[in-house]
Design a protein around this ligand. Structure first.
Ligand SMILES: [Zn+2]
Ligand SMILES: [Zn+2]
Length: 361
């Protein structure tokens, strides 16, 4: 009896070992990821959660075992096709957090096991006029994570080590994810807005980027006025230290030194120009915006400036991550399993995310 039981348990053990070995073998070759074959309205769930071959690091690439990936409005523009497709199928996602699992033969800066973040700016050419002028964010041949190349809505992602950030140890993975685009782009927008210590700054829209940027603004003793249609977002803005909130194009009670438009709605532009002082800058933080209506020149006159933000330089990223640790920045997040990326994007589209959405791989 006893021997029979032992044999049975031995058999069960061997079966388990074999299943584990098979699973490990399969895992080495295939990962689970969200693939976009064809852009479509997110309500139709265009992302397919399926197995796809593991990426293999070559040259200076690192292979990152993804733990979390932030969900950005740009992902929504990729998924819905407002940005013309550059790769099909493509894995979206450009706020990728994880640890290096394998390194290409030429990797020098990082080692296996290092905790890193992969941002939107995937690679630049280093030789075009913009790159040589220190404006790599405008590189003519740039590649973008989760758009031109596969991104982080996956168990693994690749990136060149020169474009990967070391992450502040004090910030947990899921907290760090929204820093990588929402945070960095918000920071660049703050810089370009020209806002100074103690100034008055308007935010139009209060999603992932704004909820990080307000923490930097408050750290600089800047008063933030938040204009957003969603009452939950207005409430969040007040909780995070906004001095005043109002609707999408509400007129703030004081003239602003500068304004940043995070919402992708062109009709906000005239309202924002009306709200800033002479000489003030209105900065457009998004990669896509609906058509800006005709502008009365008086709105722009008196040296008001209307400018966009395109991507970021690595220096922006390094500077921001240092500041994020110093402040320290706390992100409000809603976590979704990787398999529910369509649902996360849907909620983002409907302003139903408080802070930033993050996928857990
Ligand atoms: Zn270049
Ligand atoms: Zn982004």
């Amino acid at each position: 009896m006893g021997g029979g039981l032992r044999n049975e348990s031995l058999l069960a053990l061997r079966q388990t070992q074999r299943r584990t070995a098979v699973r490990r073998y399969r895992m080495e070759r295939a990962m689970r990821a969200c693939l976009l074959y064809q852009p479509a309205k997110v309500e139709t769930s265009p992302l397919r959660f399926e197995e796809t071959p593991d990426p293999v690091p070559k040259g200076q690439d690192v292979l990152v075992r993804v733990t979390h990936c932030g969900v950005c409005r740009t992902d929504l523009h990729v998924v819905e096709g407002e940005l013309p497709p550059r790769k099909s199928p493509v894995i979206p996602g450009h706020q990728v957090v994880g640890r290096i699992e394998k390194a290409g033969p030429e990797v020098k800066r990082f080692a296996v096991g290092d905790r890193v973040g992969i941002p939107w700016l995937h690679r630049t050419c280093g030789v075009c006029d913009f790159c040589r002028a220190g404006k790599e964010n405008l590189c003519e041949n740039a590649e973008f994570t989760g758009y031109v190349v596969d991104g982080g809505y996956a168990e693994y992602a690749l990136a060149p080590e020169g474009f990967v950030y070391r992450l502040p140890e004090r910030v947990a993975d899921q907290q760090a994810a929204p820093l990588l685009c929402a945070g960095i782009i918000g920071f660049r927008s703050l810089r370009l807005s020209g806002i100074e210590h103690g100034g008055k700054l308007g935010f139009y829209g209060f999603g992932a980027a704004a909820h990080v940027a307000i923490q930097v603004a408050r750290f600089w003793k800047v008063d933030v006025y938040a204009m957003t249609r969603d009452e939950r977002h207005q409430k969040l803005a007040l909780e995070m230290g906004a001095v005043w909130t109002g609707g999408t194009v509400a007129e703030p009670p004081a003239k602003l030194d500068a304004a940043i438009i995070f919402a992708p709605a062109g009709e906000i532009v005239p309202a924002a120009l009306r709200a800033v002082k002479k000489g003030g800058t209105v900065t457009l933080a998004g990669i896509h915006m609906s058509t800006i209506p005709p502008l009365d020149y008086n709105l722009l006159y008196h040296e008001r400036v209307l400018r966009s933000v395109a991507n970021n330089t690595r220096q922006d990223g390094e500077d921001f991550l240092r500041l994020a640790e110093e402040i320290p920045i706390r992100t409000a997040i809603e976590v979704f399993p990787l398999s529910e990326a369509n649902r996360a994007l849907n909620q983002l589209k409907n302003d139903a995310i408080r802070g930033a959405a993050v996928l857990r791989a």
